[in-house]
Design a protein around this ligand. Sequence first.
Ligand SMILES: [Zn+2]
Length: 349
Amino acid sequence: MGKSIFFVTLISIIGRQLPSFLLLFLSAHGLAAGLGSYPHLVVGDSLSSPRNGVRVTYLGTNGYQFEFKGHALLVDPYFSRVDLLSVALGSRIQPNAARINDGLRHLASGNCRTDAILVTHGHFDHLLDVPAVMAKTRARLIASASSVDLVRRLPDAGASSGDAVKPGDVRRIGPWKIRVLAATHDRLFGKVPFDRPPSQALAKAGSPQRAAGWICGEPLAFLIEVNGQRIYIDSGGTPAQLPPNESGSRRMDLAILGMALPDSRARLAAALARLQPRYVLPSHQDDFFRPLSAGFQFGPLTDFPFVQRESAQQNRSRLILLDYFRPWTLPAAVNPKTQTPNPKQRIKS
Ligand SMILES: [Zn+2]
């Protein structure tokens, strides 16, 4: 009885201050499944895997590490995994130093140097941990002007931190060639969450304190070229902004496509037709309100069976999944001209 009164009170408090999507997350919690249902799709290196390719490690949410010849690149590293209630209630949120250290320990591989951190947009599940990760890795931030501005406002951020980029820009760092591309952010019931700060916050222009302070800004996608291979990554988007049309040129080797919400799923077929990737890795599908230590669970607004069906229609791409912190080396194409996946390098489950 006491428990149910507590729950009803909680829901009514939340209901007053919350976008309804968070209620949806809350109500759907506990129903989600993990990667266990898809062992045939989950890839990872084995002892016999080649060691000289581009190694991809999934960090949860839309976070990745790419490694090549002693150089690393991070995208959207987020380890703190702020809980749903703190976001829902508009509580103060902060990076979790212990979880960040744990995450980085998983990634530390000898004398690998992190060249840069790419960020797709300013939401807390992409940018909150970046200042701490920058401090630990001494990597430079490559992000939109508004994301760089958010980081600069933090009390402990160096004034010169961050390289503000826009679509069309190209950066060459170590072995990486990074092309910045335009992107959109998925809508939730018709609008982009935390699209701009409340006018009050704008006026104060202080450092972000709550989830709503980590504004989306201009969403970006990246095309990363390394080792003669091409990787496209975004955090999702709407059909209004498709990835670049690559069907006339060489196929993409790997496409990492955010798939958290319906907008992204609606553009999946068109995105695959344009990118023609050898491998397609749906991203941002996990429940990022749970700690990484709890393991991968699909988020309640994802629909992986739909993603599977759409990918099967476009049968030139191989659909894969990655588990947290389990590296996978992107196989070389058998014939770089046709870029068909190498059947010998398929990972057995
Ligand atoms: Zn977002």
